[in-house]
Ligand binder design. Structure first.
Ligand SMILES: NC(=O)c1ccc[n+]([C@@H]2O[C@H](COP(=O)([O-])OP(=O)(O)OC[C@H]3O[C@@H](n4cnc5c(N)ncnc54)[C@H](O)[C@@H]3O)[C@@H](O)[C@H]2O)c1
Length: 308
């Protein structure tokens, strides 16, 4: 049992080994950035609890982590849950507590997200409910279900939400709205738990994941799964070929936990400084009374528009 002072006064755990032995609850843990966070957590001696809506991908992810977990002496657990449903997240928190009584939750990664929604002039009620349900309320549900216990536990803790570069620049579409809201929620959380838990928001450029085909996970109550079609599959291929490796994001997260950085600008090596430029451009527009503007990135243009 850990004892002692578990504050995070500089929004940091300068000695990150204090988190070892606790659990890392990671939503969207079966794929992409979430899976990379789980691998990084295992390497640092945390017990990963992968949470995902995709049962099969979850089982595969558990298997893929097993050897590293055995080597690190930690236990892998998988939990199926839809983070957009508050009752499922509450039940998840209960299941985690029942299965691992007394084991602290040292890291909560509210990472599950969907890249969908379309433009704000055309999005349907179901589009809004789906994207805000996962990208915003999914984070809110997890914060409410896990953070009070993390504040009470006799152990240190960190909370990381995955937003996007889209949460910092002039917003675009329903996705951009949801990611701005995710940044705002995380700022509000930081205000409420500051100096007890460290809190961080991950804002990446393009990452090599399955995000483009997110509507594969659209629950029936939001209209059901959608086949994204050939064009989206080509964009997905370019995300995989050109996007930064998810492990790069995961390393930045653990570095931020150590140094106390709140806004994690996860820059792509191929597009250095672009996330910073987007944030600066938005702030300058606010301060100078000019119109919102998203600077051009050759890298992003290549990912979204170049022929394969
Ligand atoms: N890939 C990028 O370029 C990029 C850039 C910026 C931000 N992000 C954000 O990163 C996060 C992780 O996405 P990724 O890129 O790894 O994509 P991904 O599709 O590879 O992984 C997302 C995971 O979340 C799971 N998920 C989706 N809906 C869920 C739900 N309702 N409940 C539980 N799990 C659910 C999916 O099954 C999947 O395993 C998302 O929040 C995304 O918006 C991604």
């Amino acid at each position: 049992m850990m004892t002692g002072n578990h504050n995070a006064t500089e929004n940091a755990h300068p000695d990150p080994t204090v988190l070892a032995g606790g659990m890392a609850v990671i939503t969207g843990g079966a794929s992409g950035i979430g899976f990379a966070l789980a691998e990084a957590a295992v390497a640092r001696g945390l017990h990963p609890a992968l949470v995902d809506i995709e049962q099969e991908a979850l089982a595969t992810a558990e298997r893929r982590l097993q050897a590293a977990a055995d080597a690190a002496g930690v236990e892998v657990a998988g939990f199926r849950a839809d983070v957009s449903v508050s009752a499922e997240v509450d039940a998840l928190a209960e299941k985690v507590r029942e299965r691992f009584p007394g084991r602290p939750i040292s890291l909560l990664c509210c990472n599950a997200g969907v890249g969908a929604g379309g433009g704000v002039t055309t999005a349907s009620d179901a589009d809004w409910a789906f994207v805000l349900g996962v990208n915003l309320l999914g984070v809110a549900h997890c914060v409410r279900a896990f953070v009070p216990g993390m504040l009470r536990q006799d152990a240190p803790g960190s909370v990381v939400a995955t937003s996007s570069q889209d949460g910092l620049c002039a917003a675009q579409g329903v996705y951009g709205v949801s990611k701005h809201a995710c940044v705002a929620l995380t700022e509000a959380l930081h205000g409420e738990v500051r100096d007890r838990l460290s809190v961080h928001v991950l804002c990446p450029n393009v990452v090599a994941t399955n995000i483009v085909t997110s509507v594969r996970n659209r629950p029936e109550r939001f209209g059901g799964p959608v086949d994204t079609g050939e064009q989206a599959r080509r964009v997905q291929d370019r995300f995989k070929a050109l996007g930064m490796p998810p492990a790069r994001c995961a390393k930045m997260v653990f570095d931020a936990i150590q140094t106390g950085v709140f806004y994690i600008l996860a820059e792509a090596e191929e597009d250095p400084g672009y996330v910073r430029l987007e944030a600066e451009t938005r702030m300058n527009a606010i301060l100078n009374g000019t119109r919102p503007y998203r600077p051009r990135s050759e890298f992003i243009a290549k990912v979204f528009t170049a022929p394969m």
